[in-house]
Design a protein around this ligand. Structure first.
Ligand SMILES: NC(=O)c1ccc[n+]([C@@H]2O[C@H](COP(=O)([O-])OP(=O)(O)OC[C@H]3O[C@@H](n4cnc5c(N)ncnc54)[C@H](OP(=O)(O)O)[C@@H]3O)[C@@H](O)[C@H]2O)c1
Length: 202
């Protein structure tokens, strides 16, 4: 698959390397001309060329960025990894939550795109091929388009994940809150190598 990744931070880089290991053609859409020697392009050309797009930019830049690419994103599966992190009052909080979410804001900004929230509840080091004691962790996803979620589920399973679908994009409200539980546990214990796993009957 040709995967276009918007954002060249640690998430964009980890996904680019990880997808390439699995034989995908990954390219980062960025304002930079070089990102650690990884394949890059402008956001517009990378999205236009992609079978699947991953949104991996700073939370506060997400809506503006996708709004500017609405034409190119029309009809595409857009995997939204972003969290609405807010450090303005010292410790981390969320700049939207409980009655709305960044996932929903992104979907509203590009109504023609098929947004699937994923990857936002785990650290970048474990996003592809997570190796944790106790077996594969669970990636929680949410989105309004079932076919888009099926595509993302296939990609996730092929890259080492159990997948749990929480339903429509509105469930991003609870996935973004889950991110905070992950962050707070990490800060308290000084570790970033943890992940959630859902135990349920077969
Ligand atoms: N770090 C993690 O382990 C982790 C885990 C789960 C979810 N997330 C979420 O994933 C997203 C990416 O996280 P990150 O840690 O890789 O990096 P980040 O520091 O949150 O974001 C960096 C990226 O944001 C883009 N960006 C910043 N301001 C922008 C603007 N005004 N317009 C367009 N693009 C802008 C930059 O794009 P350019 O490439 O163009 O410079 C850069 O690539 C965030 O929303 C984060 O909350 C992170």
């Amino acid at each position: 698959m040709r995967i276009g990744i918007l954002g060249s931070g640690v998430v964009g880089q980890a996904l680019s390397r990880g997808y390439a290991r699995h034989g995908h053609e990954a390219r980062i859409g960025t304002r930079k001309s070089d990102v650690e020697g990884l394949p890059v392009g402008s956001p517009t050309e990378v999205v236009a060329d992609a079978d699947l797009v991953v949104l991996a930019v700073k939370g506060e830049a997400a809506v503006e960025l996708v709004s500017g690419l609405a034409g190119e994103l029309d009809g595409k599966v857009v995997v939204d990894t972003t969290n609405p992190l807010d450090f303005s009052s010292g410790g981390p909080g969320l700049f939207v939550g409980t009655t709305d979410s960044l996932g929903e804001q992104v979907q509203r900004a590009v109504p023609g795109a098929r947004v699937v929230k994923a990857y936002n509840t785990v650290g970048n080091a474990h996003m592809v091929d997570p190796q944790l004691p106790g077996g594969p962790p669970t990636m929680f996803i949410a989105g309004d388009d079932d076919a888009a979620k099926a595509t993302v589920t296939e990609l996730l399973r092929a890259t080492g994940w159990d997948v749990a679908d929480l339903g429509g994009i509105q469930a991003s409200r609870w996935l973004e809150a889950m991110c905070m539980a992950w962050v707070v546990y990490g800060a308290k214990n000084g570790t970033w190598d943890h992940a959630f796993r859902l135990l349920r009957p077969e």
